[in-house]
Design a binder for this molecule. Structure first.
Ligand SMILES: Cc1cc2nc3c(=O)[nH]c(=O)nc-3n(C[C@H](O)[C@H](O)[C@H](O)COP(=O)(O)OP(=O)(O)OC[C@H]3O[C@@H](n4cnc5c(N)ncnc54)[C@H](O)[C@@H]3O)c2cc1C
Length: 379
């Protein structure tokens, strides 16, 4: 994004070089877009800051480069977007690889020189310039530099070498921990045999951090899905399996057909629970005869507040994003290192976090844009 905005604004008046350690650009964009790329969210831009962790002037960032600017950037590359029922914007084109290809090709046409297989290792200030050293033994001297090295998720061990390059200069870095991660739960085998990879649709999850409605996927290790990514935290959580009905309404339904059906059968018959929810009630709620609900009241309470113990998040290597990174306190409002003027940082390598839903990609793009704006103003 930074290279794009620079090349668009400076035309041929500056040399722009883009370095990437892999053989191709944008691996995480491809991973994120493997089943449709969610690029933004239709929450009014004034509400966006409430979704962001990290002390920053988020309102300014998104008023400088908000949803409209980001979507028109995408449209300008020849790709259409649509607003899903979840309030998220997606690329219409299912293959994120085509989007990436179009963006890369635009950069090349605009004169940006792309250097793949360039694994950045260290930097040194040389007066006002910066020398960048790469693992392949080459180096490059730049007038101004943007680092956008990404966060801690979905990376191999080697990717974490870059924090040292900054720590060596006394720049504060907080270790990466998982964010937007699935949570582990010890499921009984009988439950998994029935419910593995099945969704719990239209439920509401409550943890010590808050309550979020949505869909949860049952996995062999626990649960995944937006409500978990928003409010997952170790400890007791509860699921409301029928958020559209009050406890009293659930109970009224369970009071039907008493003469012909058992309590569990009435739950199946009159509550229209999905497969995974039924399996949950049957295999966990009724597993221990001593603790199984005996009355419609008790079962209604269980269905409205189904207890689950969340053990801990899945590892960084599987989480969608990360907390941690270079401390925001190291930057001035232009995303420039206070200790090293002329060096700008953007994206998930910085210590901020946001839920999934398009916030992550858009915030990273907005930061790239801001860095470029600041660089242009210094030329
Ligand atoms: C499974 C998954 C699903 C996601 N879904 C969504 C979603 O639905 N919506 C959303 O908004 N976001 C989503 N994201 C997050 C989104 O992909 C990131 O927010 C975004 O890619 C961050 O951009 P970035 O430029 O900061 O980092 P990255 O995209 O990670 O880019 C960093 C680049 O720097 C390169 N690099 C790293 N170290 C070096 C080095 N030493 N030298 C040279 N190059 C280096 C990397 O190879 C990489 O190409 C998802 C992520 C994952 C993993």
């Amino acid at each position: 994004m930074a290279a794009d905005h620079l090349s668009e604004s400076l035309s041929q008046s500056a040399e722009i070089h883009l370095f990437e350690k892999r053989k191709g650009l944008g691996r995480k964009l491809l991973i994120a877009g493997s089943s449709g790329l969610n690029v933004s969210n239709d929450f009014p831009i004034v509400e966006w800051p409430k979704f962001f962790e990290g002390s920053w002037n988020w309102s300014k960032l998104f008023s400088d480069f908000g949803t409209d600017a980001w979507l028109s950037q995408i449209h300008g590359l020849g790709f259409e977007t649509f607003l899903g029922t979840s309030g998220r914007f997606f690329l219409k084109e299912m293959k994120a690889s085509l989007f990436l290809k179009a963006w890369t090709s635009r950069l090349e046409k605009a004169g940006v020189t792309i250097h793949t297989d360039h694994d950045f290792q260290a930097f040194q200030k040389q007066d006002s310039k910066t020398r960048l050293d790469f693992k392949n033994g080459t180096h490059f001297v730049s007038d101004q530099t943007v680092f956008a090295l990404g966060g801690g998720s979905w990376n191999d061990e080697e990717a974490l070498i870059w924090p040292k390059a900054f720590q060596d200069h006394g720049i504060a870095f907080h270790d990466f921990t998982p964010a937007n991660a699935g949570y582990e739960i010890d499921w009984p085998k009988a439950f998994l045999d029935e419910a593995d990879r099945k969704p719990l649709k239209n439920i509401q999850l409550t943890t010590a951090l808050g309550t979020k409605a949505g869909e949860i996927l049952i996995t062999s290790y626990g649960i995944e899905g937006t409500p978990v990514y928003f409010y997952g935290t170790p400890g007791l959580a509860t699921l409301d399996l029928k958020p559209g009905l009050s406890e009293r309404e659930v109970m009224a339904k369970l009071n039907q057909g008493k003469e012909n059906f058992s309590l569990i059968r009435r739950a199946q018959k009159f509550l229209n629970l999905g497969d995974a929810a039924q399996a949950l009630v049957f295999h966990l709620g009724f597993a221990d005869p001593k603790r199984a609900p005996k009355t419609p009241e008790a079962l209604a309470t269980l269905i409205k507040k189904f207890p689950l113990t969340l053990k801990g998040p899945r590892p960084l290597s599987e989480s969608i994003s990360s907390r941690g990174g270079i401390s925001l306190s190291e930057l001035n409002p232009d995303f420039e290192l206070i200790k090293f003027p002329g060096i700008f940082l953007a994206g998930e390598m910085l210590d901020w976090s946001a839920p999934t839903g398009g916030f992550l990609i858009q915030a990273s793009a907005a930061q790239g844009y801001s860095c470029a704006q600041a660089m242009i103003s210094r030329i």
